[in-house]
Design a protein around this ligand. Structure first.
Ligand SMILES: C=C(O[C@@H]1C=C(C(=O)O)C=C[C@H]1O)C(=O)O
Length: 436
């Protein structure tokens, strides 16, 4: 069954040592989402991706420099690695999953989590990475923490997930009427010339049923949203359509979304909606703020940056989005987290100008967004990786589940239609938790 092997060894200040072994697995038709552990780490799109089991090591940070701080900790950790990776695919070798809080002031800790065990898949190639942590004493005298064993049936048998319990999402701290008031206030600020765009969000909440299992929800999200990045990291899970940044061998890419319309049930009407969206001045303006913010932050890090001059209409099962793919070539050895630190928060989730929008979000929403609208993804030992924006999902903490959805407000936004847009954006997570 084992095909090839790679071993990474790391010594951290002489105290902790991580030993990482990646082995190629000869399995066919392997479906990552049918083999998830309880409380999985996951980042999956179109059948490819990474799933992680347990936590071998977690790096944490909070505050305004949380992304730079995690990037630095990760660099220090990996600099001491001796890497030999014959699988040598994006996602093989030493990997951390990560979830980063939206706001500088968030009480929620941002994390990079190295799983005890990881299974990756790319273009029908599957690999297994095992992580061992030793502390201080020579390995043979030391109890090895973080050793994960794997059930021999793991790769041949689909895992049994616990039965779903229906969960009703109820209005959270920002109710319908309150949200519409906030939109009006934001429009007034924009008309007064204080800023151009701000993204306002509202929350829904539910009590978590006893013995809740997130895996059936993740399965539904991967089935229904194959082109989205389905994520599950540190209690934050969902199906994001938006790629904040991917770095691969010096190439950087992103998918910027902003501008939304609901899908039509009749094909003709649906197409008319897409055409109206791509001709809507309001939506084009909203979208261009998001592209400009991303490109302007990316340019200093790149030799050149390419963005399509006109957005395309991206069809998701529930909505149309205006979308622009952006590509660039990095001019230095920046890691995906270095780039994420420069890009976050884009005008797709904060606004323009960024600092004014962040201040207005804090003033109006008065709710900690936690990991919602923050970067979620993975980073490898070489700094390459892929991070989506944590949208269209929910966060679990203690016995509570909180879901957020937001939308970009510009001078001609109407409160009732912005509320309706948040409803559309809640539909993926509502359905994933509806136990239908
Ligand atoms: C803020 C969200 O989505 C973002 C806002 C969009 C918009 O305002 O049109 C579209 C896609 C995302 O960039 C969300 O889903 O909560």
């Amino acid at each position: 069954m084992f095909h090839s092997q790679a071993t990474h060894r790391i010594r951290i200040e002489g105290e902790v040592r991580i030993s990482v072994t990646t082995t190629r697995l000869e399995v066919s038709d392997f479906d990552l989402t049918k083999h998830l552990p309880d409380n999985p780490l996951a980042f999956v799109r179109q059948g490819d991706g990474l799933i992680g089991f347990g936590e071998a090591l977690t790096l944490t940070a909070s505050g305004a420099d949380r992304i730079e701080n995690l990037a630095k900790q990760w660099r220090e950790l990996t600099e001491q690695a001796s890497v030999s990776d014959s699988v040598n695919l994006p996602g093989s070798g030493l990997i951390a999953f990560g979830a980063i809080a939206f706001a500088d002031s968030s009480k929620v800790t941002s994390r990079l989590i190295v799983p005890k065990l990881l299974v990756g898949k790319r273009d029908d190639r599957v690999w297994l990475t095992r992580v061992q942590i030793e502390d201080g004493a020579p390995a043979d005298q030391n109890a090895i923490a973080g050793t994960a064993s794997i059930d021999p049936d793991f790769f041949s048998t689909e895992q049994q997930y616990r039965a779903e319990t229906r969960m009703d999402l109820k209005p959270g701290q920002v109710t319908e009427a309150h949200f519409e008031d906030l939109v009006s206030e934001a429009v007034a600020e924009i008309k007064a010339g204080n800023l151009n765009k701000v993204v306002l969000a509202r929350d829904l909440q539910a009590e978590l049923p006893e013995n809740f299992d997130v895996r059936p929800a993740l399965l539904k999200l991967t089935d229904r949203f194959p082109t989205c990045w389905v994520y599950s990291v540190a209690g934050s899970f969902g199906a994001s359509p938006e790629l904040l940044v991917r770095v691969s061998h010096g190439q950087v890419s992103a998918r910027v979304l902003a501008g939304t319309a609901g899908r039509g049930t009749d094909p003709g009407v649906d197409q008319a909606i897409a055409t109206a969206l791509s001709n809507s001045e309001k939506n084009i303006r909203e979208h261009s703020f998001a592209v400009e913010s991303l490109v302007s932050k990316l340019e200093p890090l790149c030799e050149h940056v390419d963005a399509d001059p006109k957005p395309f209409s991206l069809a998701l099962p529930n909505v149309w989005h205006l979308a622009t793919d952006v590509h660039g070539v990095l001019n230095a050895n920046s890691s995906v987290l270095d780039v994420a630190a420069a890009l976050h928060p884009t005008a797709a989730v904060a606004g323009t100008p960024r600092d004014k929008a962040q201040q207005l979000i804090e003033k109006l929403e008065q709710v900690d967004r936690g990991l919602y609208a923050g970067p979620v993804g993975w980073i490898g030992a070489d700094g390459d990786g892929e991070w989506a924006i944590a949208l269209r999902g929910a966060q679990i903490s203690d016995r509570q589940l909180v879901a957020f959805a937001g939308c970009g407000i510009v001078f001609d936004s109407e409160p009732a239609s912005e509320f309706a847009e948040t409803e559309l954006k809640f539909s993926p997570i509502r359905q994933a938790l509806a136990s239908l």
